[in-house]
Design a binder for this molecule. Structure first.
Ligand code: E4P
Length: 213
């Protein structure tokens, strides 16, 4: 399973990339606004650290998405154009696939949406599980449905579990066979942690002190 960082903060990407387990980054307009930095510079900096950086179009019509997406893709070969799940977005996905421009379809909340995006040519689809949970639905159940459907067909489209909120989401996504999980920085920092690892290491080091004496 590939692990992406869900952030627009370059320092966070640089830090986690050093661990050797980071496969990509997903940005979105809200994350970019939070950082308040130049979008193109941010994306280009991130492309130095990881091979896959999602940059979201903000146009809502096909012509606007096409223009923005072509521009983003020209910045760096690691850029993946993020397109919202709308009918205009479907047209854009088909166009970008025909041009060899990689895409990630965002704001997926149902299996029919996932199927349409894959059929239109998305390289990645991003179902938002945390937001479904927030709305009282079962986000991980949607991942189960999508992975089951993906087993029946030959979609050339990876399933990226987005809007994750805690480490259990990453574990459950892996058990369902999801291809990618994008993880916020605070959650990513929790992934290597376990209290028994800490106490176990403390004891090993304390015992080693006795050997040295
Ligand atoms: C990633 O591509 C999504 O934009 C992100 O995971 C959304 O997460 P949120 O629901 O925490 O905003």
């Amino acid at each position: 399973m590939k692990l992406f960082l869900d952030t627009a903060n370059v320092a966070q990407v640089a830090e986690v990339a050093e661990w050797g387990v980071l496969d990509g980054v997903t940005t979105n307009p809200s994350l970019v606004a939070k950082e308040g930095k130049d979008f193109k510079k941010t994306v280009l900096e991130m492309c130095k650290h990881v091979p896959c950086v999602s940059a979201q179009v903000t146009a809502t019509d096909f012509a606007g998405m096409k223009k923005q997406g072509e521009e983003y893709a020209s910045w760096h070969k690691h850029v993946v154009v993020k397109v919202p799940m709308t009918t205009e977005g479907l047209k854009a996905l088909k166009f970008f696939r025909s041009k060899g421009i990689k895409t990630n379809t965002t704001l997926i909340f149902s299996l029919p949406q996932a199927i349409l995006a894959a059929k239109a040519g998305a390289n990645i689809i991003s179902p938002f599980i945390g937001r479904l949970d927030d709305a009282g639905e079962d986000g991980m159940a949607l991942i189960g449905e999508i992975m089951q459907a993906w087993c029946q067909y030959d979609f050339d489209c990876e399933v990226l579990v987005a809007s994750t909120r805690h480490p259990r989401h990453i574990a459950d996504a892996a058990m369902l066979g999801a291809h990618i999980c994008t993880v916020p920085y605070d959650v990513f920092k929790k992934l290597p942690m376990h209290p028994l690892t800490d106490s176990g290491l403390k004891k090993f080091l304390a015992d080693w002190e006795k050997v040295k004496k």
